[in-house]
Write a protein that binds this ligand. Structure first.
Ligand code: HEM
Length: 88
């Protein structure tokens, strides 16, 4: 997957709710390392992000059908990479 392409997908589709890896709707459910380890179904890995982005969860919309599988894989790689580097 392409992390740089994933950043572009993130800025266009995710940043409204997740700017800086945060969460404006459910503040504890951030995209930071510890939160993903605690809350993401399936654990902190790209497959688990792909599943949540494709299907949505509660107030988070589903992106399956709106984004290509490639865009979703790239944005998942960007989320995991950024959770490791600390979202700067
Ligand atoms: C949760 C990624 C778009 C609202 C999450 C989580 C991930 C994620 C990985 C799990 C975080 C955790 O449990 O700590 C993304 C990506 C997006 C995106 C990659 C773009 C493709 C959005 C948008 C919204 C949103 C646009 C708001 C309209 C939420 C909410 C949760 C959440 C409310 C918590 C869901 C719950 O557990 O009840 N997101 N998100 N997300 N996201 Fe997003």
């Amino acid at each position: 997957a392409d992390v740089d392409a994933g950043e572009t997908v993130f800025n266009a589709n995710c940043a409204a709710c997740h700017a800086g890896g945060q969460n404006v709707i459910m503040p504890e459910k951030t995209l930071e390392k510890e939160a993903l380890e605690s809350y993401l179904s399936g654990g902190r890995n790209e497959k688990a992000v792909i599943n949540q982005v494709t299907n949505g969860k509660n107030a988070m919309p589903a992106f399956g059908g709106r984004l290509s599988d490639e865009d979703i894989a790239n944005v998942a790689a960007y989320v995991i990479s950024s959770s490791e580097s600390g979202w700067e």
